[in-house]
Design a protein around this ligand. Sequence first.
Ligand code: ZN
Length: 156
Amino acid sequence: MECMFCNVINIDSNKFYEDDLFMAIYNIRPVTRGHSLVIPKRHVNGLLSLDEEEKKNIMSFIRKTVFIALKFADAYQFDVTLQEGKDAGQSINHLHFHVIPRKADDELSKYHYWLAKSEHNLENTRTQELAAEDREKALRELRFIAKSHAAQLESL
Ligand SMILES: [Zn+2]
C-alpha cells in the first residue's frame, strides 16, 4: 500500500519547512489555524523506530515548527500530540506529530480527542478540507515566516 507521506509530489506541495531528516507540512484539514504535521522523511512507522540521528534531532525540529505555526496563527499556546496505532487514532501509518496552535474556545476545545478511538480522531473531526487557494495562501505565509526567521530558527 502506498504511503501518503512517502508520496513526494503530494508532500512537496504541502511542505513549508524541512531539513535533512524531517519536514513540516500544513494539515489539509487544520483543526485550528496553523495545525501542522512534523514527519520524518524516512518511512518510520513509530516513535520507537527512529534511528539515532532522528532521535537526537526530532525535538529541535518540532520546536522550530511550533515557532513558525504560532507566528502564523498569532497564538502563544499549543498542543504537540502523537497518535500511534489505530486504537490511538492514527490514520496514516507513517510517524507524524501534530503541532496545533491553541486559543480559548477554539474548535479543538470541543473534542476530547486524546481519548478518542480512530473513528473520532483528529483527522475525522468535523473540520473541512481547506480550499486549494486557502491552502496555497497559508503555505506561502508559512514559508515566508520560515524564511524571514531563518537565523532564529537555527537556534531552536
Ligand atoms: Zn511513509
